[in-house]
Design a protein around this ligand. Structure first.
Ligand code: ATP
Ligand code: MG
Length: 318
């Protein structure tokens, strides 16, 4: 059984449809990357896993099963217990995700409970300086604050860590260090990782599997190297083809010509059709159902017939 199963999840923010039937599986101990352009729904999906969506969000359909428990069907007390036992979160803005009014040591102690060893947990993220325990978040650098956030998220050895671009706001020198730390601590604790990122090469390097989002759906998923190295969805091919150069400079380029959609309801067909070089008429009005191409699950009407052409494209770019 999967640790996490997201099935046909639909989430709306007022008139914006952020998730339009998203499917995702994460197995125990697995490291899964979640990629896609800005606005594709990564953060909404990541937050939905713990039902930590902003107040404006509405759950309009589908379900999230975490360790077999229906996250959107649980009463508040059971939801809190599930979050405490099974989930850890790390976000992009480390200082903003800590409580500005509490010293670092006190925040960690709150998670660990009485008898918890604050120094041990800070030592694991290489914050051995005793002054850190007494510091307030604003007195720390971004990199230090993110390590504190990681120590807090991993203190309870959760089953799943959701990391929403945890290194995007950090200097490039500390980025690798912080990523290394997350993956090492998770490996040690047997924690699965859902890693939301724009850095495709890093995802290919670090993750077992990757899920590619477009227009609020996961349009391709499978082994990370296969999906990013030999894509089966035209969108992944476009994204992966232009990503390495952009990612190397840490910038967010618009990798595919045209703009991603902002949906106000269910997409009538494939949301990528207007930008897709291979789109046919049915792509505009028929929602694609998942097909299996090699090791990948793909939402594309033409995936089977396009296989060889996309492979040839990715060989040119490699
Ligand atoms: N709090 C909110 N209120 C209204 N709309 C929102 C809110 N958060 C996200 N959205 C909308 O939902 C859609 C999905 O956004 P989301 O933040 O999940 O994307 P993302 O893939 O995480 O993007 P990024 O790469 O920029 O972080 C977008 O259209 C976005 O504008
Ligand atoms: Mg986001």
């Amino acid at each position: 059984m999967s640790l996490l199963s997201v099935r046909n999840l639909v989430i709306d923010y007022a008139r914006t449809r952020a998730l339009d039937g998203a499917d995702l599986e994460v197995a125990r101990g697995e490291k899964v990357g979640l990629v896609g352009e800005s606005g594709s729904g990564k953060s909404t999906l990541g937050s939905a896993v713990g039902r930590l969506l902003p107040g404006a969000a509405r759950h309009s359909g589908g379900e999230v099963l975490l360790a077999g428990e229906p996250v959107f069907g649980l009463p508040p007390a059971r939801l809190r217990a599930l979050r405490r036992r099974q989930l850890g979160y790390v976000f992009q803005d480390p200082i903003g995700s800590l409580d500005p009014t509490m010293r670092v040591g006190a925040q960690l102690r709150l998670v660990l409970g009485r008898g918890g060893d604050v120094h041990f947990h800070l030592g694991r993220v290489k914050l051995d300086d005793p002054r850190v325990v007494r510091a307030y978040p604003h007195q720390l650098s971004g990199g230090m604050a993110q390590r504190v956030a990681i120590a807090i998220a991993m203190a309870t050895a959760p089953e799943l860590l959701v990391a929403d671009e945890p290194t995007a706001a950090l200097d490039s020198q500390v980025r690798e260090e912080v990523s290394d730390m997350v993956f090492a601590l998770a490996a040690e604790a047997g924690t699965s990782i859902l890693w939301l990122s724009h850095d495709l090469p890093a995802v290919a390097r670090r993750c077992d599997r990757v899920a590619v989002m477009y227009g609020g759906r996961v349009v391709e998923s499978g082994p990370a190297r296969e999906v990013l190295g030999d894509p089966a969805h035209p969108y992944t091919a476009a994204l992966a083809g232009s990503a390495p150069a952009a990612a190397a400079h840490g910038v967010r380029l618009e990798p595919v010509p045209g703009r991603p959609p902002v949906l106000t309801g269910p997409s009538p067909g494939c949301a990528f059709a207007p930008r897709c070089a291979f789109a046919e008429r049915r792509c505009e009005h028929e929602r694609p159902a998942p097909v299996r191409i090699r090791a990948q699950d793909v939402l594309c009407h033409r995936a089977a017939e396009l296989q060889d052409r996309l492979t040839a494209l990715s060989e040119v770019k490699a």
